[in-house]
Design a protein around this ligand. Structure first.
Ligand code: PLP
Length: 413
């Protein structure tokens, strides 16, 4: 039967507040008492720890850089929508990614990664990890499964990709990648930032799912946060007092932040549906006007079949669109007009905000790539990335966009 992330989340959401509140309490303590001195060494040796409903590990907490109850509950909610056994929230998407990869690799080990990933993740794999951890990465076109197989060696520990990647919205074939990885004893790590609820990569074989919670899950562009979803075993490895990268590198989420984010998960399904509905409508209309638009919901998009095959039902094809305006100058003019004259959205990087965000990848998030790498990744100079928001009336917004297209000469008449 198909995975239903809404049902899974509502089953996980029965954490009441201290006084029977409908929301959980904020557990703002950095340290925790034990009633019995014998318990302390048990916690230190990892024999007892926090307890989820389905576990019986004692419900004992130690120190808030280790597990904190409020952060732990948020992690369980996010893992519920990902269909994983366990999850934990941390300070940022980058900390979720770096802690996961550092946990899985030792000096001399290798990563095989998609060549079209978030700029920070690319820099981590290309520059930081070789220099500081002796972990090197081979970058491949993730849609070329033969190339992925060829890149894996005896030293490969991690196959890394994003479910949907910037800015051409290419979708990874998660089941095929999981099969390749598992045949070679490699773990598949998937960044699902662009597609929460839309795709649940672990239900297709991903071993570890990471999120920049900063984006759609938060939805308000006010909080930097991340999450790691996987098995209880992997979570305990990350939190090990002697060898765990979450415990020892310490990218801890504050419980007040975890509490705020926990209140946004119940309406994440409504938000994702509306982001997707509007993005799909705009993409269809732009396409019908004869413009070059990338959106995986369109039959013409190279990833349409793949996403249709792996998506959960009812959340659409996502809130991101990329429109090719032909030149960087046209891209800049269009964005300036739409922001400054029409209040259509904001010229800003990032995504998943309730208002529309517009950026030009070749001049911003992907500007570290050379012209040749830009071409190889399908990033033309005039490409505008839009994270479609849901404020205002859809037809009013479309009228604003149409006026912008006319103003810069992409539409006649
Ligand atoms: C923003 C982003 C990140 C980094 O997340 P932060 O929360 O900013 O640390 C990682 N991956 C993707 C796909 C992103 O969009």
């Amino acid at each position: 039967m198909a995975f239903d992330p809404i049902r899974s989340l509502s089953a996980a959401r029965h954490e009441f507040g201290e006084h029977g509140g409908v929301n959980m309490s904020i557990e703002a303590s950095t340290t925790y008492t034990v009633m019995d001195a014998e318990v302390m060494p048990e916690i230190f040796q990892g024999r007892i720890g926090p307890a989820a409903q389905h576990e019986s590990s004692g419900g004992c907490y130690l120190y808030a850089r280790h597990f904190n109850p409020t952060v732990y509950v948020l992690g369980r909610y996010i893992s519920a929508i990902e269909g994983t056994e366990a999850g934990y929230a941390c300070a940022s998407g980058m900390s979720a990614i770096s802690a996961s990869i550092m946990q899985l690799c030792q000096p001399g080990d290798e990563v095989v990664s998609s060549n079209t990933i978030y700029g920070g993740s690319f820099a981590l794999l290309k520059e930081y990890l070789p220099a500081h951890a002796g972990v090197t990465t081979r970058f491949v076109d993730i849609t070329d499964l033969d190339a992925v197989e060829r890149a894996i060696t005896d030293r490969t520990r991690v196959l890394y990709t994003e479910t949907m990647s910037n800015p051409t919205l290419t979708v990874s074939d998660i089941p095929a990648l999981a099969k390749i990885a598992h045949e070679r004893g490699v773990r598949l790590v998937v960044d699902n930032t662009f597609t929460p609820l839309i795709v649940s990569p672990a239900t297709h074989g991903a071993d570890i799912v990471v999120h920049s919670v900063t984006k759609f899950i938060s939805g308000a562009s006010d909080i930097i946060a991340g999450a790691i979803c996987s098995t209880t075993e992997f979570l305990n490895e990350l939190m090990d007092l002697h060898t765990g990268s979450l415990m020892l590198l310490g990218p801890t989420m504050d419980p007040r932040t975890a509490f705020e984010l926990s209140l946004r998960l119940p309406h994440l399904p409504l938000r994702m549906k509306e982001h997707s509905r509007r993005a799909h409508e705009f993409a269809r209309r732009l396409h019908d006007l004869g413009l070059t638009v990338h959106y995986p919901g369109l039959h013409e998009h190279p990833s349409h079949q793949t996403l249709t095959r792996i998506m959960n039902e009812g959340f659409g094809y996502g809130g991101m669109i990329a429109l090719d305006t032909g030149s960087r100058q046209t891209a800049f003019e269009l964005m300036e007009y739409l922001q400054n004259e029409e209040q259509f959205g904001f010229m800003a990087v990032s995504l998943g905000y309730f208002d529309t965000l517009m950026s030009c990848p070749s001049a911003s998030t992907s500007s570290e790539l050379s012209d040749e790498d830009l071409r190889a990744a399908g990033i033309s100079p005039g490409l505008v990335r839009l994270s479609i928001g849901y404020t205002g009336d859809l037809e009013d917004r479309w009228a604003q966009l149409e006026r912008g297209l006319r103003r810069v000469g992409l539409l006649r008449g």
